[in-house]
Design a protein around this ligand. Structure first.
Ligand code: ACO
Length: 376
């Protein structure tokens, strides 16, 4: 793969190899062509040669900590089982007076502050969540109002499971490219309120959190998007689902009494198998599409579901342990929030070096998967 760059000041257009940065071809651009392309770029709002990427990061973790021992007091489980099967030691639980939009709002405000923008500068809002503020309308509407943003397009990406945030990044990038200037993308889950607290097979795995980024164009981006990959395999809807409350299985008094609407059905072993396969393939695809080699990956920020899934993906990609960012020991599986929270932390902790290629890879109910390659 080659990179086409144009120096409009001296009129030189050059083609360089992405891999070696070596000059492949160089020619003077005609002045008229340069002026026309500059004007077109200005009218589009985005110069085609401008980087599109992340302008700011933010995350919010509720302050209440719930350890494995806390769960062992409520359910027939123990720290040894949870740690050895999942790698999780503790997770956060939202306060009783917090709802999804509170978590999303706190993360969004940090991301906007980090990007040096205010709510008035945001041109679009996308919220990835499977635990919305209310059934209708979407969480994005509540978030827009809470932040005091303008009457901009705001919508949710729901039901994509833990892949929702990375899929939302892909959509946001295309929107920046075509019409919009700055997009707020949020991944948020408040699973503790909507998933059964009595089923030990699922309850202990999840945590509440929100992560956010501001996406835009310009040379000041922290990280430039290089490529995306995503897909869906609808033949496996049954291995991870929460079906009561939809048209297939509407609410009834009986179902409500036994809290069927909180009954997350999960075939853990099959989810595990599919997650390893899809997250690995998606990571390989984005590296390939970016014209890079696996050996050029600096760090992978995977969806934080299970440390054994992360380790299996690492081995398949041929990476070292310190090339996989892991924080699920502290937060558990935070669904759509897991990748943005991990990315914000990895950036804050200096785990991502300037110039490094970072791969995000996620997987969730659907089955959906999504990955991205970024250049920091
Ligand atoms: N404490 C103690 N025992 C438990 C618990 C618990 N919290 N939960 C289940 N068990 C028991 C089961 O009852 C079962 O007992 P049995 O054998 O007597 O019937 C046994 O443990 C199950 O053991 P395994 O099937 O060997 O457990 P496994 O090693 O597969 O681990 C786990 C289960 C952690 C769910 C694993 O399969 C997994 O992580 N899968 C991926 C699922 C996932 O990540 N889901 C998150 C949502 S989707 C996503 O984010 C991608």
């Amino acid at each position: 793969m080659a990179r086409l760059t144009a120096d409009l000041s001296n009129g030189i257009t050059q083609l360089t190899s992405r891999r070696t940065s070596r000059l492949v071809w160089c020619f003077p651009a005609r002045r008229e062509t340069r002026v026309a392309s500059t004007l077109r770029a200005a009218s589009d709002g985005i110069a085609s040669l401008t980087k599109i990427g992340i302008l700011g990061f933010g995350s919010y973790l509720p302050s209440r900590v719930m350890t494995n021992d806390d769960w062992a007091e409520l359910l027939d489980t123990d720290d040894e089982w949870i740690t050895s099967r999942s790698g999780i030691k503790e997770r956060r639980v939202a306060a009783d007076d917090e709802s999804t939009v509170d978590l999303a709002g706190a993360a969004a405000e940090k991301a906007m502050a980090d990007a040096g923008v205010s709510a008035a500068d945001i041109d679009e809002i996308i919220v990835a969540t499977d635990t919305p503020e209310v059934y209708l309308p979407d969480t994005a509407s509540y978030l827009q109002h809470r932040l005091g943003a303008g009457e901009v397009t705001a919508f949710d990406l729901g039901g994509s499971g833990c892949a929702g945030f990375v899929l939302a990044l892909d959509i946001a990038k295309s929107r920046v490219q075509s019409i919009t200037k700055k997009i707020l993308v949020v991944g948020v889950e408040l699973t503790s309120r909507l998933v059964s607290r009595t089923n030990r097979a699922t309850a202990v795995l999840f945590g509440d959190a929100a992560g956010a980024v501001v996406i835009g164009a310009g040379d000041e981006v922290y990280a430039e998007f290089l490529s995306f990959d995503s897909g869906t395999d609808g033949q496996h809807t049954d291995i991870l689902k929460l079906e009561t409350g939809g048209t297939r299985r509407p609410f009834s008094i009986e179902e409500a009494r036994r809290e069927a609407h909180k009954d997350l059905i999960m075939d853990g072993r099959e989810v595990f198998r599919q997650a390893v396969r899809r997250m690995t393939a998606a990571a390989e695809n984005v590296i390939d599409r970016a014209g890079r080699l696996k050996s050029e990956i600096g760090i992978v920020i995977p969806h934080q579901a299970n440390v054994r899934i992360i380790d299996a993906v690492r081995k398949k990609l041929g990476l070292d342990e310190d090339q996989m960012y892991v924080n699920l020991d502290r937060y558990g599986n935070t669904g759509s929030a897991s990748v943005p929270v991990a990315m914000a932390e990895a950036h804050q902790e200096g785990r991502i070096k300037p110039g490094e290629v970072v791969v995000l890879t996620a997987f969730g109910a659907g089955l959906h998967w999504a990955a991205a390659a970024l250049q920091f």
